[in-house]
Write a new protein. Structure first.
Length: 202
């Protein structure tokens, strides 16, 4: 039941999916893989934080929750604006595309890592979802660790498949008109996720 619920939650589109999509289409399969590696590293930190109780502190503290919330929201809006700006620049001159792709390739890991790490909803998820699968009165350290790692591995497997699928149709997706539409939508979605995150309550 835990695995089934994880799979259903993982495949729901969110900021991680948006940033993985953008980086796969603009940089390629390698960019997508680096993005997901960053996401999984952030999930590992969330898992360890939940195990030692840091996530519980963040969730219970409105101040700390707000700090994570607004930092995460600002970062998502920044990525969205950056994507839309790059789209505008690419329309202006095609010679800028290789340099932009090279820069994006170097920052894919950081984008995947920070997008997930600065999302307080992930901390809330670990503290509300995982305990439902732990027996009352039992030690939570090992079960939390196992479930957190399981969730991280399932996330990696899903996105490896997703990135591979995107890469297969990349030739079509890389057409200037198609890419303009995709990047425009992705940039708008990232800004939307950032604005939505500011409205989340602790």
């Amino acid at each position: 039941m835990f695995v089934i619920m994880c799979i259903l939650l993982i495949i729901l589109p969110g900021p991680d999916t948006a940033i993985a999509t953008k980086n796969t289409l603009t940089v390629g399969r390698t960019g997508g893989f680096k993005t997901i590696l960053g996401t999984c590293c952030a999930l590992l930190i969330h898992t360890l934080a939940a195990v030692v109780g840091l996530s519980a502190i963040i969730v219970k503290s409105a101040f700390l929750f707000s700090i994570f919330k607004y930092f995460g929201a600002v970062y998502l809006v920044y990525l969205g604006i950056k994507t839309l700006w790059a789209l505008k620049q690419n329309k202006t001159t095609a010679s800028d595309i290789p340099a932009e792709s090279k820069y994006e390739g170097k920052s894919c890991f950081k984008q995947g890592f920070l997008t997930n790490l600065l999302n307080p909803k992930v901390a809330v998820f670990f503290l509300t979802f995982l305990p439902q699968f732990v027996e009352s009165g039992s030690q939570s350290f090992l079960p939390f660790l196992i479930m957190g790692i399981t969730y991280m591995l399932l996330t990696a497997l899903w996105f490896l498949f997703y990135i591979y699928l995107l890469d297969q149709i990349r030739a079509f997706m890389k057409k200037p008109k198609t890419q303009s539409v995709i990047e425009g939508i992705t940039g708008t979605v990232l800004i939307g996720f950032g604005i939505k995150l500011t409205m989340e309550k602790a």
